[in-house]
Design a protein around this ligand. Structure first.
Ligand SMILES: N[C@@H](CCC(=O)N[C@@H](CS)C(=O)NCC(=O)O)C(=O)O
Length: 236
């Protein structure tokens, strides 16, 4: 396993996508420095952040000890998880079959669970009008995706072999299940998986990072943050 001498910079805000990376770093036990990107105040548009993360979304990392001993910056949480898994040879199997297994569930989260749950949060919690079609569409889609995970977990402890970056990617998106209109009692295997992972000390530490920052503003009532987050268009 590679060692880490200098801390990794983590550009972060405490959300399900941010937690993926605090979970991985806490589980790996490697040093990191949190650089808060207050997305409700528009800090994701700072030119210095956009150089690292051109999509104006956190999380992003800068590893001062990247390949060849040179710094490397990475945006997109799935790419960060894969990088950390490869570099530290943990939570991401080296054999091709094991790796493909993890990749499938990681990409399933990146392209499915995350975006659909994000839209469910938006239309259920934040949209100024309650649009029944949109609420039903994303609540049902979350329900379907929870069903997929529940079925997958019927005969296994984790989503893809041993505890892996795929589980780390998904757990933070299941945490706000109530905001997605879901009831974990309907998904007993998923509930068992969720409780097992949430009980891990590293996950507990990871989800506590920036908790006070998050509590300072409630997005559901923060009109300024909503304006910044929900009205974005291409910028010159
Ligand atoms: N696909 C991206 C999504 C990241 C993302 O959506 N981050 C949100 C917070 S959860 C963000 O930074 N939002 C800022 C904005 O919307 O301007 C990833 O997984 O890294």
């Amino acid at each position: 396993m590679a060692t880490q001498t200098k801390p990794i910079d983590l550009h972060y805000w405490p959300t399900p996508n941010g937690w993926k990376i605090t979970i991985a770093l806490e589980e790996l036990g490697i040093p990191y420095t949190v650089k808060y990107v207050n997305i409700g105040r528009g800090e994701q548009f700072e030119p210095s952040f956009l150089k690292i993360a051109p999509n104006n979304r956190m999380p992003a990392i800068v590893d001062p000890e990247g390949p060849g001993g040179e710094p490397i910056s990475i945006f997109e949480s799935g790419a960060i998880l894969q990088y950390l898994g490869r570099k530290f040879a943990k939570f991401y199997p080296a054999d091709e079959r094991g790796r493909v297994e993890v990749d499938q569930w990681l990409f399933w989260q990146m392209g499915g669970l995350g975006p659909m749950a994000g839209q469910a949060h938006h239309f259920r919690q934040y949209a100024p009008e309650k649009i029944a079609y949109a609420i039903d569409r994303y609540t049902n889609e979350c329900n379907r995706l929870y069903g997929v995970m529940n079925k997958r977990l019927v005969d296994r402890e984790f989503l893809a072999g041993d505890y892996s970056i795929a589980d780390m990617a998904c757990v933070g998106w299941v945490r706000p299940y109530k905001n997605q209109g879901q009831d974990l009692e309907d998904f007993p295997n998923l509930k068992r998986w969720f409780e097992t992972i949430m009980a891990r000390p590293a996950v507990e530490r990871a989800m506590a990072v920036g908790k006070e920052e998050r509590e300072k503003s409630n997005l559901a009532n923060d009109k300024e943050a909503q304006k910044i987050l929900f009205g974005q268009k291409a910028r010159a």
